[in-house]
Design a protein around this ligand. Structure first.
Ligand code: HEM
Length: 370
């Protein structure tokens, strides 16, 4: 597609798919023409949610939910929230000599550490995992399955019940969590947002926030362990190479294969006329592998110049979690390579990378010297 028809209608996803880096950028940055899509997000998460709207209402919700994830805030949380969870998880498996890094490390650190920053410190890991899988499966289901819809709706009802129960305490005292900021930030004295106003955005951060940092960390670890020069560098000097490897992992396998927009007016992209109201998929995974921008793009390469990965989207809806996701993966890689000598892929069990809309290493068997 990138070479032959980089802007094309793809019936299987009911969208015009944009495949190259340049065209994804052109569309992604033109938010007046490529506005937010709302039907899918409203159905899965609820209306309003931060992804579905533009203008002042969007800016207010975005500003509220991003408070615990600004660079300064992540600087504070890195050693107090992210690293302690990473150390605990790595220590729990250290004596065993083998583990599934995707299931036993990346998923739990993402759910626990980001979950705590979202405001779910009192929700058990298993419940957070169920919420994100049920919301997530509904989100990526393009077949209209009744079962996925039922489970997605049940997850949303459970999150609503949880918020209703905690509301009196959340209104009585503010805390530095996404839930609390969503309720209070920027509302003016005396007023707070209602559950109806925040439940949709809670869905966005449950799926994006709890699940994708796990995929990003697992993808980077897979890249390192399947590339001898990268593995040697991480073993020799994790503090220097962990952040570099996270960055290349985010490019190598984009956790979200696409981000969705809807045209607000007639337009032309890459010479192709597009009608107003057309659903658009900006192919992030494809743009990150655009051979006109990234030489030998399929290779996991720690020496690659930074030429602008697009895994976190563009412009007004650019991911507010990008700093914390990068920090979380970096901290986990540092602790893994510091604490598990000779870390390598398990020769007796193959890794599994799956998904397209949401893509990641979901099984990553590793072994090390004990
Ligand atoms: C590696 C992990 C992550 C990836 C790859 C990712 C990717 C994305 C992408 C592609 C978008 C859409 C951008 C656009 O359409 O231009 C997005 C939006 C968003 N992400 Fe993330 N995300 C990640 C982690 C997180 C985390 C940890 C959080 C929160 C804790 C988060 C919260 C959000 C929110 C709230 C939005 C909507 C922003 C808006 O509409 O203004 N994400 N993310």
């Amino acid at each position: 597609m990138r070479r032959g028809s980089p802007v094309a209608w793809v019936p299987a996803i009911g969208r015009v798919f944009v495949a190259t880096w340049n065209l994804c950028h052109e569309a992604g940055r033109d938010w007046r023409t490529y506005g937010p899509t709302s039907e899918l997000f409203n159905r899965v998460y609820g209306d309003p949610n931060v992804m579905s709207i533009d203008g002042p209402e969007h800016r207010a919700l975005r500003d509220a939910v991003r408070q615990p994830f600004t660079p300064d805030a992540v600087g504070r949380h890195r050693e107090t929230v992210l690293r302690p969870v990473a150390v605990r998880l790595v220590e729990a498996i250290r004596e065993r000599g083998r583990a599934d890094a995707a299931v036993e490390l990346c998923e739990p650190i993402s759910q626990r550490a980001i979950g705590d920053l979202l405001g779910f410190a009192d929700v058990e890991d298993a419940v957070l995992g169920r919420w994100l899988h049920d919301y997530g499966a509904y989100m990526v289901d393009l077949t209209g399955s009744d079962e996925a819809a039922r489970r997605g709706r049940e997850a949303k009802a459970e999150v609503r019940g949880y918020l209703e129960e905690r509301l009196p305490a959340l209104l009585a005292a503010r805390e530095d969590t996404a839930i609390s900021h969503l309720l209070h930030h920027g509302t003016g004295t005396g007023r707070s947002r209602s559950i109806d106003e925040v439940i949709g955005t809670m869905g966005v951060i449950i799926v994006g926030g709890l699940q994708e940092p796990a995929h990003a960390a697992a993808n980077a670890l897979l890249g390192i362990l399947s590339t001898p020069v990268a593995r040697e560098r991480l073993i020799a000097d994790p503090d220097t190479w962990a952040a570099v490897a996270m960055e290349e992992g985010l490019r190598w396998i984009a956790p979200f294969g696409m981000t969705e927009k809807r045209t607000t007016r007639e337009t032309v992209l890459g010479g192709v006329a597009i009608a107003a109201g057309t659903e658009i998929a900006l192919g992030l995974g494809s743009a990150n592998h655009d051979e006109t921008r990234f030489a030998d793009a399929a290779r996991f390469d720690l020496d690659r110049p930074r030429l602008g990965l697009v895994s976190f989207g563009f412009g007004t809806h650019f991911c507010i979690g990008n700093v914390v996701a990068r920090a979380l993966g970096t901290v986990l890689l540092e602790e893994l390579f510091r604490r598990l000598p000779g870390l390598r892929l398990d020769p007796d069990a193959a890794p599994v990378v799956e998904g397209w809309h949401v893509r990641g290493a979901t099984r990553l068997p590793i072994t090390w010297d004990t």
